[in-house]
Design a protein around this ligand. Sequence first.
Ligand SMILES: [Zn+2]
Length: 316
Amino acid sequence: MRLAETVTFGGSGLNRAAELRSDAAAQAGLLGRGQVLPVWRGKPLMQADALGWVGSDSVVLHHAGAPVFLGLDGDVPCFAADISDWMPEAGADAVQAGFIDTSEQHHPALPESFAFAELRAVMLRLTPRDAELATIAKAVLQWHRSHGFCAVCGAKSVSAMAGWQRSCQTCGAQHFPRTDPVVIMLVIHGNRALLGRSPGWPEGMYSCLAGFVEPGETVEAAVRREVWEEAGIRLGAVRYLASQPWPFPASLMLGCAGEALGDAITLDPNEIEHALWVSREDMVSVMAGTHPMIKPARKGAIAHFLIQNWLADRLD
Ligand SMILES: [Zn+2]
């Protein structure tokens, strides 16, 4: 797909400078002259519509974990650090439960224009470079939080390689950040595309079917299996279109298209609450937000991107 990399989080060609990760002396120098993105409980610091950076000596980083080297933005070394142990004055209870947390937290040491914000709530306002930096920061820091112990022997592990590895000093095992592949597919039958909704989604919201790739499975096989399991539909041709890093918490979305061999839907109620075929004409009003029943996939998500490009005949 020619437009593949224009998807939100589609990358900006950041120089990750991986060759500098193993050089502790170089890392100290880079950190000293670089900038650090504080991340609080998965929410990056924002300053208006851009990422909010602080110096490595900022009091905001007082309780921060080991910094992660994100790469070089031009000449500027960029790091991220987890400050989840910080307690905002408004209290963590300001964080909203639900599909997307739209609350923002302010740090007393920073001007009022700085705030911690949920990445999905601000993703459309970010430049591709900021989006890539925020994606790495959120994904890698979350991995450190959830992988503090060695998966081989159970001992506590430590951050290594500028945050791109965890090492177990008891058994010597090395662990690397996880990325979980998820297939998400635009299933097409003639003039119509298949949309479904999971239990618990906002009322009326529908999207493409999706599911995790299982061990021993190709991308195409995962697409066929998920569509069969969730909707009881067999697919003919399946093709890969575009991918999207989706750090909620660690997915890589693999956007595909599949040709349905029939249109009879048999739902798996454990996975899908409802599914239906939507014609091109109806999909135009869904995407415009004027359809009486169906609300579209969130703008910025790859499902929205695939559907929009299907409507515009730009899947090739
Ligand atoms: Zn171990």
